[in-house]
Design a protein around this ligand. Sequence first.
Ligand SMILES: [Zn+2]
Length: 447
Amino acid sequence: MRLSISFFTVILFSFVLISSCSSKEDETTDTIGQTPQPDPVEFTLTVSAGEGGTVSTSGGTFEQGSEISITATPNQGFIFNGWEGINLSGSSITVTLNSNLNIVANFSQINTTDINNDPSIFNYDINYDYAEQIVDFYPNAFYASDLSENVINGINLALKTAADAFGKYGPVEYWVFGVDKQAALDLISDFCERREALSQWNLDDCLERETDETIDHSMIAYQKIGENVLSSNQPQMGAGHNGGFHWGIHKLSSSYPFTFDSLFEGIPPQDDFKTVFHEYFHVFQLASVFNLDDEERDNRTKPNEAIWMMEGGAEYMANYTLFHLIDSGTLTFETSYGTLREKMRNKMEYGKFFIEENCPESILNQFSYQACSQAGYELGSWGVAYLIDKVNNPNILLETFYPNLKELGFESSFNLTFGYSTEEFYEDFDAFLELPIEEQLEIIPDI
Ligand SMILES: [Zn+2]
């Protein structure tokens, strides 16, 4: 009985084998007399992962036109850094197979110790929303090719120092222009290619805007400033936080930081450090309201009713931090930069002179970007110094005011931080402005 079953099984199995072997021939025979159907074209897809990550598939052989989804996943401490062998971006892609393809997912170690200077490298996970978080990586700084090593090293160090002082917020891109127009156009191309690679902005639209000298804060306008410095032999500097919120980044631009090349006697590199600290403080301020829309952000930071806090805060914190780091030996420079009190004395004198000339009746909260803005910077920095002295904590903006701004709004966060209303503060500060300068300077740290 056992034998016969086995025998039967063998026969059955043989039959299946024969029948399956002949099925292909049968198909071919069937097509005689009809339009011949060509065999479907097949292609091979090979997917592999470079060091630091894995891919969801290793590929295989597929019919022409097949759509295959692939996801690249970085290991801990690595980030996905683009595909090799195919012109698609993002860590999850769908490939339509119309030829043999060999694709490699590239990863790189998250760079936590250096400022990335290569515009083709993304030192962060492009698919992750870093809003409002202190993140591992330092800012990116990208340079026009005509800038010297001194400039590159100087700005890199200033940015790294600022990030250590104020926190490493969100992807920061700091684009630095020199004096040469072609070098600036090349850097703008890098900027626009970066936007296109991340599907953030169309290359042509980006180039059109950023190379238009007539547009305020276009990138080429920063090159123009540096060009004017050379042609007029007059020091002039421009830098700004130009947004980037809708791309999840902080976009900043800077004109030629000429102090690192010792272009003018008496204007030392500390000036450019101060500028970087000022701009980077804006990164911190705006990171605190990062993923809100334009109107909601303005509603919290009040750039117009409180330019004194926006610009005065950046200006005072930049100066204070610079002098503090020099005083503690963290930063050393060849030439002296004087003292914080000397800087603040100048700000008081210039601010008062400026309002007497331009807006004599105005008080702190009436300065805006449109009216008397310079007084907002100079006297605003005194307003912030006054508040810091009141609570006796130089880090109060970093620790309390900005971290509560999104949740509470300007007035309530101000109340919580400083223990009274802005109205009371404006009154107090108005009286403070009437004091003799020596008395005013007593609230400024002796550094
Ligand atoms: Zn500013």
